[in-house]
Design a protein around this ligand. Structure first.
Ligand code: THU
Length: 130
């Protein structure tokens, strides 16, 4: 099952549009419906307009009507492990719970498992807004 998530992240990485950084990233989310939603980073000539692989995957999940992230796999071919960037940690937190797992992968599979709370401790949470 986790291998399926890794394979999906790897396949997504192959679809990255990263001509500027030449740093393809793939992400795959297992959502509450048990299905996998994946994405790659999509860069733009106007550099700040590009976005991350995790963000693409979240978009696919939400547009499929899902709002719960159970687990996430992330891979970047040029890094031993690719922890999600700060912005993506916050975006993942929006749809994650205490047991959401983040799998950091290399070319061969999952190398490290983290809880989202490991990546984003003391996160912005308030009942006043949400
Ligand atoms: N990138 C991701 O896709 N996810 C991350 O968590 C880190 C960074 C992308 C953004 C950009 O296209 C490239 O990696 C180099 O920063």
């Amino acid at each position: 099952m986790d291998d399926e998530l890794f394979q999906a992240a790897h396949a997504a990485m192959e679809k990255a549009h990263a001509p500027y950084s030449k740093f393809p990233v793939g992400a795959a989310i297992r959502a509450g419906d048990g299905r996998i939603y994946s994405g790659a980073n999509i860069e733009n000539l106007s550099f700040p307009e590009g976005w991350c692989a995790e963000t693409t995957a979240i978009s696919h999940m939400v547009m499929a009507g899902q709002r719960q992230i159970l687990e996430v796999a992330v891979i970047a071919e040029k890094l031993a492990l690719c922890p999600p960037c700060g912005g993506c940690r916050q975006r993942l937190a929006e749809f994650s719970g205490a047991s959401t797992r983040i799998y950091l992968c290399d070319e061969t599979g999952i190398k490290k498992t983290l809880m989202l709370s490991d990546l984003l401790p003391h996160s912005f949470e308030t009942e006043v807004i949400g």
